[in-house]
Design a binder for this molecule. Structure first.
Ligand code: MRU
Length: 355
């Protein structure tokens, strides 16, 4: 591990024999450390432990993880493809909710499958896989900037906004999804005041979003999650924007636990609730949010948050990491292809150009 001043979420170092260099997000905001992932196990652990997190960033890391997992593969065709299956299946077990992980792994597998019939050797295939991982990375960068443009148009006249968890540069290739909307508004000269939910239990809002906003000189006020209703009632925010981890065909959207209650509160206060997400976060194979797998995490995240015991020994704990906001509570979904409103299957298919 090395201390650094570089804030790029992920960087691939070198050619096919290279490694993945990423910010260890568990150390922020007090330390900006980078780790070098030289094997697929280190990438898996980094995803599992949220060293790299946020739906798009998980997908990008997993794509590079495939390249790392194949560095030690045998040269023969059958052995290589067997190892590819093993590596993809292994990375798919790291986290269950963000569909970007499976989307990126599918893209990697398809690149390999296309070369299966006229196989020209492991070297060429590994080059193609690294190129695909880099494309996934680069496309995400472009999608985030487009989301920002479409989303900032919706914030005309808005002064106060609220966000939950971290959907910023750290959660993506750069710039973010929800935060990209705020960054773009700022680039256009708009002054925003962002209320940041701390986001229990792992504090992605306090540790990561507040840090990112402050780095860019955007006014940020940290609140406990339970203060959101009061902030809305006091008229401090005119819009809520969050990211998403998986969006079903009908628009139901999974995001960090606590997002659903924000959307319900927003409806009660007549405040628009927006989701900002790239097309890679849509899972159009599933009809509704009921089919989205919700990750359950370790009870110690609640009973021993950041190393200090705050609950009695042996207490029963339920720790779902995500919840699903029904489409009816979402005013619009902001994507790189445009704004989806109203949120329903027809509008999703039209904006995303699904035929
Ligand atoms: O558990 P995390 O930190 O990976 O959860 C992340 C979120 O819920 C983000 O809001 C979501 O992935 C969108 S990131 C652009």
């Amino acid at each position: 591990m090395t201390e650094t001043t570089k804030a790029e979420t992920m960087i691939w170092q070198g050619g096919v024999a290279g490694c993945l260099d990423l910010i260890d997000q568990t150390k922020l905001p007090t330390e900006l450390f980078r780790i070098e992932c030289k094997d697929v196990e280190t990438v898996w652990e980094a995803i599992k432990m949220l060293r790299v997190r946020g739906a798009p960033a998980i997908g990008i890391a997993a794509a590079y993880g495939v390249v790392l997992g194949l560095q030690s593969a045998e040269k023969g065709k059958e052995a290589f493809f067997a190892r590819l299956d093993e590596v993809v299946d292994y990375l798919a077990t790291s986290r269950p909710t963000a569909v970007n992980l499976f989307w990126a792994l599918d893209r990697m597998r398809r690149v390999a499958d296309r070369q299966r019939a006229d196989f020209n050797g492991v070297e060429q295939l590994c080059e193609s896989l690294l190129a695909e991982a880099k494309s996934i990375h680069e496309e995400d960068r472009r999608m985030c900037h487009s989301i920002g443009g479409h989303g900032a148009d919706l914030l005309n006249g808005v002064e106060g906004v609220l966000t939950h968890c971290n959907a910023g540069g750290l959660a993506t290739a750069e710039y973010g999804t929800a935060l990209s909307v705020f960054f773009t508004a700022q680039d256009r000269g708009q002054s925003l005041h962002v209320y940041v939910d701390e986001t229990r239990p792992l504090l992605q809002g306090a540790r990561l979003t507040a840090w990112e906003l402050m780095q860019r000189g955007i006014k940020a006020t940290l609140i406990c999650d339970s203060m959101a209703a009061q902030v809305m009632r006091e008229g401090r925010v005119q819009a809520i924007v969050t990211g998403a981890d998986r969006i079903a065909a009908n628009g139901d959207s999974a995001n960090k636990i606590g997002t659903y209650s924000l959307a319900v509160l927003a409806r009660a206060h007549g405040i628009p609730f927006y989701i900002a997400a790239p097309s890679s976060t849509f899972d159009l194979v599933i009809e509704s949010g009921d089919q989205i797998p919700i990750e359950e995490r370790c009870s110690k995240e609640i009973t021993h948050g950041f190393g200090r015991q705050t609950a009695p020994d042996g207490v029963e704990v339920y720790n779902p990491a995500f919840d699903v906001t029904p489409a009816e509570y979402i005013q619009a979904i902001i994507t790189e292809a445009g704004v989806i409103a109203p949120v329903n299957r027809e509008a999703i298919e039209r904006v995303l150009g699904v035929v």
